[in-house]
Design a protein around this ligand. Structure first.
Ligand SMILES: [Zn+2]
Length: 479
């Protein structure tokens, strides 16, 4: 394989999370709605229906352009891409052809080993989605709920060279679009999907091979598998002395294999022309700059800041900046807490991430707020509660929404440091476990930890662990 190199370009479709569709007032997010419940004459392509562009779509498309350093065109146009397909009843798709909203730009992708790959962007254009067809008992059904949903198609230059790089690019892009709030980027809901252009040529030949296009890849896993098998297929052809034919290929998600759709010889001519019912999109420089101001600190910038300013390990900084509201949660907690950032990071990564996973919401959706978490860490620091109780308290705050100090008082969770009480419990534990006590005296000193555990269990984790250790040791050794 090493004497061949692969060149890959990706065309990614990003569903913008607007309230309404691209050119009508139908609800855009109709994932859970019954088929054809969110449609109108505009998004079903009825003759004479007049579209009007969604301002939120343009705003979010521009935010995305700015986030990838693309140049925003102050004047861009909508065009008709003509083709006949059952899920496109007007006979055309509204898209942007020769003068799209964004040109150029790049996304820097970090590979697992830390290597950076700069992926240049050719253009970003707005377009509407098509409907969805489905076969049922030999009948073809069409659902137009998706029809007219606003998309941005982001087209890269052929700067990727392996399936892993393509997957890393998509993961990075997904993180970005979620972070800046323009898309949910959920691949299972087809909010993010891509076509891959793959060509393989002998290494060092200097000229690219003939490219094949893989359509409609809808998961990170499928991106990897589809590209790997296409690189293998083209390499086999070249090794057998054949020329690679220019194909359009479809990734079959059920069969988990590639399927040829058509040869490029019968490629479609889309006969693009300006959409006569839509005005050009005209943006002032002031407007673009104002939107630029809105753009939040990007995840990789924030990650670096966490490493530099808070001295967090690279691993922690990476985890805490996977989602924007998780990293906001961290910084808010740190502001309330005022102590060592690494300490907050530990509680976040162990306890808050656990709650996020368990509850299926994001950090901002949790009942326990940054102020509560900061208070709990402070209570542990000051010795008011043990770390074990602190963990329980996090769950109790999450369940009840009450303040940590109130729960600690109500449930009597503060540390037991009364020597008399602890000594009594230690005596009970030692006397009811004579065999272990004997083993300890015979030299099995690791049993001290076990005894401490028993006492902590008796006190439901509330005993001052240091004091317990001290009392047990003197009790067991008789010194
Ligand atoms: Zn509509």
């Amino acid at each position: 394989m090493s004497e061949y190199t692969a060149v890959i370009g990706l065309e990614t479709h990003i569903q913008l999370n607007t309230r309404t569709k691209a050119f009508c007032s139908c609800k855009a997010d109709s994932w859970n709605e019954p088929p054809n419940s969110s449609i109108c004459p505009v998004c079903t392509g009825q003759p004479g229906a007049l579209p009007s562009p969604n301002a939120e779509m343009i705003h979010k498309a521009v935010l995305l352009c700015l986030a990838v350093h693309a140049e925003v065109n102050q004047v861009s146009f909508f065009d008709r891409k003509n083709y006949l397909y059952a899920d496109m009843p007007g006979g055309y798709q509204v898209t942007q052809n020769d003068q799209p909203i964004g040109l150029g730009g790049y996304l820097d992708v970090e590979m697992d080993n830390g290597r950076m790959v700069r992926v240049r962007i050719d253009n970003l254009h707005m377009e509407e989605d098509a409907g969805k067809t489905r076969n049922e008992n030999g009948i073809r059904l069409i659902d137009f709920n998706r029809s007219g949903i606003p998309l941005v198609e982001m087209v890269t230059k052929p700067d990727l060279h392996s399936a892993d790089e393509a997957a890393a690019y998509l993961i990075r892009l997904r993180r970005l679009i979620r972070w800046i709030g323009v898309s949910e980027g959920n691949m299972e809901k087809a909010q993010l999907r891509c076509d891959a252009n793959v060509s393989v040529a002998p290494a060092g030949s200097g000229k690219p091979g003939r490219k094949c296009e893989i359509k409609n890849i809808n998961s990170i896993d499928a991106v990897r598998k589809a590209i790997v098998s296409e690189i293998e297929r083209q390499t086999r052809e070249l090794e057998a002395g054949h020329e690679v034919e220019q194909w359009t290929i479809e990734w079959d998600n059920d069969a988990r294999e590639l399927r040829k759709m058509r040869s490029k010889e019968n490629a479609v001519d889309y006969r693009f022309f300006r959409e006569p019912n839509l005005m050009p999109v005209v943006l002032s420089q002031e407007q673009i700059e104002a939107w630029h101001e809105e753009l939040p600190e990007l995840p990789w910038v924030r990650k670096q800041r966490f490493i530099t300013d808070y001295k967090l390990p690279v691993y922690d900084a990476g985890i805490l900046t996977t989602e924007r509201d998780l990293s906001d949660y961290f910084e808010e907690t740190l502001n309330f807490y005022g102590g060592d950032p690494k300490r907050v990071s530990n509680w976040m990564m162990n306890e808050i991430l656990r709650l996020v996973n368990e509850s299926g919401t994001s950090a901002s959706g949790l009942n326990i707020r940054p102020r509560d978490l900061a208070e709990i860490i402070q209570m542990v620091d000051s010795g008011t509660i043990t770390a074990a109780v602190g963990k329980d308290l996090i769950d109790l705050v999450q369940q009840s929404g009450k303040a940590p100090s109130r729960i600690a008082a109500e449930k009597n969770l503060t540390v037991v440091s009364d020597e008399g009480i602890i000594r009594g419990i230690c005596e009970k534990v030692v006397s009811s476990n004579p065999k272990e006590a004997e083993a300890f005296r015979a030299g099995k000193e690791t049993l001290l930890g076990w005894f401490t555990g028993q006492v902590m269990r008796e006190t439901k984790g509330k005993a001052d662990a240091k004091l317990v250790g001290k009392i047990l040791k003197s009790m067991l050794t008789g010194r």
